[in-house]
Design a binder for this molecule. Structure first.
Ligand code: OAD
Length: 241
């Protein structure tokens, strides 16, 4: 099966990649829906909502700061680096990620679009100003972060029930429409609109390859579904291109 994926990529000129939390799992960053997905008994869907923030901003910030501290101490893994190498082999390449952890850029990927924002940015609820926001991972954060206008800051990420950045989505669809192959890795394929990508690719006659630890709702749709760790399978594919 890996060979089939390699053959598809070898006959392609343009590649679209979609990633999710599973790509960063081997860096030690917890995913959202696997066994390690709970934080203090809360799930992502309990915390990543505007309602949760309105109810208890300190709790939501505590979760984001905890996630930041893990990400800051983590490093990109072989899956991230394989995608850096993949990009170098194609003249047209786009990596769309649902991850907010910045690890693709830290690894060296160039053409990256973030569908759900970035955990190292915050946005002011009063004046709308977007700013960098990175904690010192060795010191506890006690106060709610505020803007220079004294408004409350929130993480500059997309929460459940909120619109995704339309420019990012449009650019992704434009690229998807003219690409040869879509490689989808490390996503459970249940959060929209990213979950629509395999279906859209199929409808557009684009070849589809999935690399995931386990079978997902995407698996029956794609041309090739490879099960295993992204950090093992992606390097195996890329080194044979
Ligand atoms: P999920 O946590 O839903 O899914 C992670 C997927 O990665 C699962 O299918 C795992 O089997 C797979 N996986 C885990 N380790 C892996 C490994 N080493 N190699 C390959 N695959 C592995 O994460 P996402 O699909 O990214 O949104 O979740 C989508 C969105 O839901 C997130 O961006 C976040 C979340 O709530 C928001 O916060 C808005």
């Amino acid at each position: 099966m890996i060979q089939k994926a390699i053959d598809i990529l070898k006959s392609s000129k343009s590649v679209f990649v979609l990633t999710g939390a599973g790509i960063s799992a081997e860096s030690g960053v917890p995913t959202f829906r696997d066994a390690d997905g709970l934080w203090k008994n809360y799930s992502a869907t309990d915390l990543a909502t505007p309602e949760a923030f309105a109810r208890n901003p300190a709790l939501v910030w505590e979760w984001y700061h905890w996630r930041q501290s893990i990400i800051l101490k983590a490093a990109p893994n072989p899956a991230h680096y394989a995608l850096v190498e993949l990009e170098k082999k194609f003249s047209t390449f786009l990596l769309l990620t649902q991850n907010v952890d910045n690890l693709h850029r830290r690894a060296g990927s160039q053409n990256v679009l973030e569908l759900h924002g970035n955990i190292f940015r915050a946005r002011c609820l009063s004046c709308g100003n977007v700013q960098e926001h990175t904690i010192d991972p060795d010191n506890e954060v006690n106060n709610l972060p505020t803007c220079s206008c004294s408004g409350l800051l929130r993480p500059d990420v997309v929460w459940f029930g909120e619109p995704i950045p339309q420019d990012v989505w449009q650019q992704s669809l434009t690229f998807l429409n003219q690409t040869d192959v879509a490689l989808i890795s490390g996503t459970s394929g249940i959060v929209w609109p990213a979950a629509a990508i395999p279906e859209l690719a199929k409808k557009g006659g684009i070849k589809t390859i999935e690399v995931n630890l386990e079978s997902t709702p995407i698996s029956p749709i794609v041309d090739i579904s490879l099960q295993g760790k992204a950090g093992e399978i992606l390097p195996q594919i890329v080194q044979k291109l």
